[in-house]
Write a protein that binds this ligand. Structure first.
Ligand SMILES: *Cc1c(COP(=O)(O)O)cnc(C)c1O
Length: 411
């Protein structure tokens, strides 16, 4: 029989969301009348902005004509989109990029998961704890870790605890790392790194010749003008960082699929002879070998996010979610629940009352209020005692959820 990739045997087979699903189904079977409100999964709910719909429709119409038909496009993305990305997301913040430094893709989940394969298996990697599980699991699959330990960690990965003491933004450790995953604004904690905190990491990476994989999927939710949107706002970051961005949460593209990754030409690793080697060239090679580009209508839809109308409509949607976040934050604070995040990120990270275990709080919230959230411990051991609520819901539902929590949750 064919041997499987035994690294897959180490995976904690998608425990979190299947387990939530199992508990919710069991509850619904016993309580078929219960009106459930789901603030668990991080998916958007508002429809696409009209500017995006109309751009996508006309691109599809174009494709139905001889002159407007598009077959395979450039694997890295069409120049029209790359140019718009650079102008709107980078030049506007004082960052210059070349077209060849931006790679358009079908998602940041895929990019942040795939990126590790261009790096050697021996590299020492670090993640924050709690963590977006993709960073960890893709390294497990690649064989960069040992087995799963009782502590809730994988052997061979450095976990940087994010907790109240460090405001959920861990500082660089003493030890020397080769690759660090950072996510800001953070999923799941909703914490956003300040310029100073990010600078410490960039300086660390320079001193230790380490590469930072910076996930900025939620940058559009930042409203505080002092917070950095891109790691390249920090001097010297182009020599040490790769940045992931996505249209998923920014513009409701979770079902349409479009994202991009920035790999600066100044970023170097070393090859087996110890010579400095371009990471950009490696990623370009991987991308064009294993990926065949995002569809033309989708790239046109992404382009529409940068039109005047598009920008306005998208920011209204973001404001809608951030109003929800405020409703949740204020509502919980009123009844004495300690909350974090939710000010520059669409996630509220709450401390469970009386240090209830995350899964117990999940059950309690489900039974007493019929609301589904996400247990913090599902994102890593340091998430124990915390709970994530998402602001991605309809306003009326979010208000109702908070009323129910205020009236029915026994704390
Ligand atoms: C939602 C999310 C993404 C975006 O993933 P896509 O594949 O682009 O939809 C990336 N990183 C984090 C942490 C996320 O929560």
């Amino acid at each position: 029989m064919t041997q499987i990739n035994s690294n897959y045997q180490k995976l904690q087979a998608g425990y979190l969301f299947p387990e939530i699903g199992r508990r919710v189904r069991a509850f619904q079977q016993e309580n078929p009348q219960a009106d459930m409100i789901r603030l668990g999964i991080g998916d958007v709910v508002l429809p696409l902005a009209p500017a995006i719909v109309s751009a996508m429709k006309s691109a599809v119409d174009e494709m139905g004509t001889l002159e407007g038909f598009h077959g395979y496009g450039p694997e890295q993305g069409y120049d029209f989109l790359i140019q718009a990305i650079i102008e709107n997301d980078y030049i506007s913040r004082g960052i210059e990029l070349k077209n060849t430094e931006v790679f358009v893709s079908d998602g940041s989940k895929c990019d942040s998961g795939n990126i590790q394969e261009i790096f050697d298996i021996q590299n020492k990697i670090a993640v924050t704890d709690p963590v977006y599980p993709v960073y960890v699991d893709t390294n497990v699959m690649a064989g960069r870790t040992g087995s799963y330990l009782k502590s809730g960690h994988y052997q061979g990965i450095t976990y940087l605890a994010a907790n109240q003491h460090n405001r959920f933004c861990p500082e660089p450790p003493q030890e020397k790392l080769d690759i660090v995953y950072l996510c800001s604004p953070n999923n799941p904690t909703g914490a956003t790194m300040t310029r100073e905190a990010l600078k410490k990491w960039v300086d660390y990476a320079k001193q230790n010749e380490c590469i930072i994989l910076f996930d900025a999927a939620y940058e559009a939710f930042i409203s505080d003008p002092d917070l950095p949107h891109s790691i390249y706002e920090i001097e010297g970051a182009k020599e040490v960082a790769i940045e992931f961005r996505s249209f998923s949460k920014t513009a409701g593209f979770t079902g349409i699929r479009c994202a991009y990754t920035v790999v600066p030409e100044a970023l170097k690793g070393k090859n087996s002879s110890g010579e400095p080697t371009s990471i950009n060239a490696l990623w370009s090679r991987r991308h064009s070998t294993k990926f065949n580009g995002v569809s033309y209508p989708v790239q046109k839809a992404a382009l529409a996010c940068y039109s005047l109308e598009g920008k306005k409509q998208i920011s209204q949607n973001i404001q809608y979610y951030m109003d929800n976040a405020k409703t949740i934050r204020d509502g919980l604070t009123e009844i004495g629940i300690e909350v974090f995040g939710g000010d520059n990120a669409p996630y509220i990270w709450l401390k469970t009352p009386q240090e209830t275990k995350s899964w117990n709080f999940f059950d309690q919230l489900l039974q007493q209020t019929h609301i589904v959230g996400t247990p913090g411990s599902g994102f890593g051991p340091s998430g124990e005692g915390y709970f994530r609520l998402s602001a991605f819901g309809l306003k009326e539902k979010v208000h109702e959820a908070i009323e129910r929590i205020q009236q029915k949750l026994k704390i």
